[in-house]
Design a binder for this molecule. Structure first.
Ligand SMILES: NC(=O)c1ccc[n+]([C@@H]2O[C@H](COP(=O)([O-])OP(=O)(O)OC[C@H]3O[C@@H](n4cnc5c(N)ncnc54)[C@H](O)[C@@H]3O)[C@@H](O)[C@H]2O)c1
Length: 259
């Protein structure tokens, strides 16, 4: 029997002693990643845009973990640097980055302006790349780290009414492959976690017709619950996934596997 079989342990899934930065970790799916990591033993740092942080703070502290915050706009380069510096100052390291922040702008094609497109790409893709590079260089020095980029079912499929979102989410797989390769010899892995459909602020503008069409393709006609994402997030953040690099994993109830 190989030694690696004997060495494997459920402790490989533990995040004890780790520090996780989750962008937009004070709302919806981001909050689920924060709580999942805290339950697995990590301290949390949240660069946040919206002011309210009470719910995630209480939930992380209830797990006996520490949490730090810095509010700002991730499209601002100075703020991205400040967020990395603040996390390092608070916790001394960054083991996990979740590039979760994004905006969902929806409109018929005729009304979908270039400004809407550029705004979507700026936060969803450009800021994710730039923050990921910044944090990736910290991880490179540490000789370990996990970057999790948040994709979507729309990383693999298209749809109407959200051109910027589709382009951003396809692009997140490209960003994932870039980090996976650039940092592959430095003990850093980067993967893309692709949620299916979860009721949250990002899709409140989605037309009812799309909501119904999506539900028809989901097991039991049911959109996802935030908790459905937590196990995969912990796996991708943990030692258990050290041999998984540069790939995308869907947590979508099978949505993208049907025709
Ligand atoms: N909800 C879903 O069904 C679903 C499905 C697939 C993928 N996703 C992805 O999951 C992620 C989280 O989405 P969510 O559903 O939790 O919605 P959300 O709106 O709660 O999350 C987006 C977060 O990004 C933050 N943000 C927006 N603009 C920012 C900026 N300029 N600077 C810094 N932060 C900014 C928001 O404040 C928010 O905290 C997004 O990347 C989204 O595309 C969501």
């Amino acid at each position: 029997m190989q030694d690696s079989i004997k060495e494997f342990s459920m402790d490989f899934f533990s995040l004890k002693g780790k520090v996780a930065m989750v962008t937009g970790g004070n709302t919806n799916l981001g909050m689920a990643y924060c709580v999942a990591f805290a339950k697995a033993g990590a301290d949390i740092f949240v660069p946040h845009f919206l002011p309210d942080v009470v719910e995630v703070k209480d939930a992380v502290e209830a797990e006996g973990r520490r949490i730090g915050f810095l509010q700002g706009d991730l499209t601002d380069a100075a703020y991205r640097k400040a967020a990395v510096a603040a996390c390092l100052e608070t916790f001394g390291r960054i083991d996990i980055l979740v590039n979760n922040a994004n905006i969902g702008l929806f409109a018929p094609f005729e009304e979908y302006t270039d400004e809407m497109y550029l705004k979507t790409v700026d936060i969803g893709l450009n800021a994710a790349y730039s923050l990921g590079r910044e944090v990736g260089l910290v991880m490179k020095k540490q000789k370990s780290g996990k970057i999790i980029n948040i994709g979507s079912a729309l990383s693999f499929t298209g749809d109407t009414g959200c051109p910027g979102y589709v382009i951003v989410k396809h692009g997140m797989i490209g960003v994932t492959r870039v980090f996976a390769n650039e940092l592959r010899n430095d003990g850093v892995q980067c993967n893309c976690l692709c949620p299916g459909f979860f009721k949250s602020d990002v899709n409140t503008g989605v037309a009812q017709e799309i909501v119904d069409r999506v539900a028809a393709q989901l097991p039991g006609g049911k959109w996802g619950e935030f908790g459905d994402l937590m196990g995969t997030a912990v796996f991708l953040a943990s030692r258990a996934s050290d041999y998984v690099n540069g790939w995308a994993i869907s947590v979508d109830g099978g949505f993208t596997s049907v025709i």
